[in-house]
Design a protein around this ligand. Sequence first.
Ligand SMILES: Cc1cc2nc3c(=O)[nH]c(=O)nc-3n(C[C@H](O)[C@H](O)[C@H](O)COP(=O)(O)OP(=O)(O)OC[C@H]3O[C@@H](n4cnc5c(N)ncnc54)[C@H](O)[C@@H]3O)c2cc1C
Length: 478
Amino acid sequence: MSHIALPSPDLAILQRRNDILKQLKKLVPGAILITDQEGRRTFETDALTAYRCLPLAVVLPQTTEEVSAILRFCQENHIKVVPRGAGTSPSGGALPLEDAIVLCLTRMNKVLAVDLVNRVARVEAGITNSSITDAVAADGYFYAPDPSSQIACTVGGNVATNSGGAHCLKYGVTTNNVLGVRIVLMSGEIVDIGGPSLDPAGYDFLALIVGSEGQLGIVTEVTVRLLKAAEGARPMLMGFESNEAAGSCVAGIIAAGIIPVALEFMDRPAIHVCEHFVAAGYPLDVEALLIVEVQGSEDEIDTLLEKIGEIAEDFNPTMMRRSGSAEESAKIWKGRKAAFGAIGQLSDYYCMDGVIPLSKLPKALDEIGWICRKYRFDVANIFHAGDGNLHPLILYNANDPLQLERVELCGAEILKLCVELGGCLTGEHGVGIEKRELMRVQFSDTDLSQQMRVKAAFDPDWLLNPGKVFPLEGIGLQ
Ligand SMILES: Cc1cc2nc3c(=O)[nH]c(=O)nc-3n(C[C@H](O)[C@H](O)[C@H](O)COP(=O)(O)OP(=O)(O)OC[C@H]3O[C@@H](n4cnc5c(N)ncnc54)[C@H](O)[C@@H]3O)c2cc1C
């Protein structure tokens, strides 16, 4: 395992450590403060497990006012802060720094208000994504963004990374489903941005906060849009002889003007691992599998699946099977949603998260296979194909430093390919530490410098989640 090379710790802060912790304890007696080594160890990494770092301390507040007091104190004492939800970020976004406190929001997990007439809910940022839908499902509503990590990840983390999910093709990602946030700035000021109405006046600061990876403020409350659940939904499985044929079929479906609710891709290694793990009923004699789900009345579902089947015929599918029952549908989705965990049981993996234009999907899949062979790694591809968001999982041994170095080069080549094909570096996992040096592939120094000026406007002393998103050296604030 590696320890990341981040800016060296401020010695003065380390020496004042005990004093600082004592003051923090006094300042927010209601918050949990973890200072012992074993307790801090729990927070030393996120889903980018190759990198670990013990934080100075971990604080778990329970109110926005506590978050405000902590940030004000940290600002006054020049202490760095790493915001954290559930720590499921595969890009190292929540990786601690040894001279920073981790501010973890998971105790702020309440639904504050549900307004079904206006179809909104106000929740605390540490609530898990799936708990929002759980709270309104009995009334026939749901919160649309559904990351595969939804039983663990928090809505604050979703806002910070602009999360997507299998069902975002039709309903949009987090930015399309969040109406407002309450954030606390590093100065301790509490700011409300947006709100329950659709189009608030003034600058669109909400667009700035969604996807800001804990760089601008700490989100403590989120107002989300609720949607009425569809009358019914049914997935269909379609198998193909090659990744390229399945990729072309995805492009063909979207080009025909059909937007299914979900259109997911799995290649042969992924199919086999998931089938073994969950017994989802996937065919084992295909090279690539598409899960396509449509919603509506029974008649609408039948008509749409019929049309999709006709389009697929052009790409020579080797099998097509519609789900015949709610149980079968649930099993199909259980297999897909368990995919990362299933592969994680077999091997360490390095999860990429690039985006490409849909028309380039067959070429991208072909080149990804070629790049992984060049670096001598096996790869499993599982992703939200309908919106071009690729997730090649490169299998490697994280305990071997040489393999770690090689897998990072391999991943970087894949992400550069995504940019070259007209796409971008991240779809939904954020930049974190993983892609910060690659930001130069996508943005000019002038672009990056402007982005850093935005960060500096919110956090002039650069104390909030430093060392993430931007290349570590070479770019100043012009
Ligand atoms: C198995 C698996 C499957 C996944 N599937 C998907 C998927 O389908 N779609 C998808 O989009 N992602 C997916 N992810 C990635 C991850 O779950 C998401 O990025 C998620 O939004 C992270 O939420 P979190 O609460 O775990 O945040 P963390 O990992 O704790 O933090 C992520 C980033 O957000 C910042 N942050 C966290 N909370 C706050 C806050 N309250 N205020 C300000 N900044 C904050 C952190 O500083 C960090 O930069 C998956 C991850 C795993 C491990």
